[in-house]
Design a protein around this ligand. Structure first.
Ligand SMILES: Nc1ncnc2c1ncn2[C@@H]1O[C@H](COP(=O)(O)OP(=O)(O)OP(=O)(O)O)[C@@H](O)[C@H]1O
Ligand SMILES: [Mg+2]
Length: 149
């Protein structure tokens, strides 16, 4: 996560759970990929003026559910041992934080899950006063293959 985006006010453990669920899902979706094609991209972006967006993009199977938003419904799963509750819980946590989340299939392979969270107003004001920028982004790439890191 980038230190240059504004902070959000939230339950640290719950928001960690959201990110963990999305990362595990992304890894599951790439399980059949050869190691050099198991890259995960986590991007944080300040969405001016009052929200940040976290995006988790993978190169996996892509979402086969129709419509795509069905993956957020409870007990929707394509996994032999899945409960289909991870994304439903994620969405309820994000909703409780005043944000929203959605998913898209990538133009190439895989899917991207976006989480939009409101910025603490005081932090927004401070940022605006100290920095004229209205949006920045930072991406972290995590690769399944050390040779491609
Ligand atoms: N990154 C992804 N790429 C492709 N499909 C995905 C991705 N994330 C989720 N899905 C689809 O959405 C379904 C629901 O995901 P969800 O996390 O809610 O449940 P699950 O992973 O199947 O089980 P669990 O309750 O253990 O998390 C998955 O079974 C999968 O079909
Ligand atoms: Mg899951």
């Amino acid at each position: 996560m980038s230190p240059t985006v504004p902070e959000v006010l939230g339950d640290r453990v719950q928001l960690q759970q959201v990110l963990l669920n999305l990362i595990v899902n992304a890894c599951d979706a790439m399980a059949d990929n050869p190691p050099e094609h198991r890259s995960l991209f986590i991007t944080t972006k300040a969405v001016a003026p009052d929200a940040i967006r976290i995006s988790i993009a993978d190169g996996g199977t892509g979402i086969t559910a129709e419509p795509i938003d069905a993956v957020f419904e409870p007990f929707v799963t394509s996994k032999r041992n899945g409960l289909g509750l991870g994304l439903a819980i994620c969405r309820s946590i994000v909703d409780a934080h005043g944000g929203r989340m959605w998913a898209v299939n990538n133009a190439g392979t895989g899917a991207t899950f976006h989480v939009l969270l409101p910025v603490v107003p005081a932090v927004t004001d401070t940022l605006a006063a100290s920095n004229g920028d209205d949006a920045r982004s930072d991406t972290v790439a995590i690769s399944g293959s050390p040779s491609t890191a």
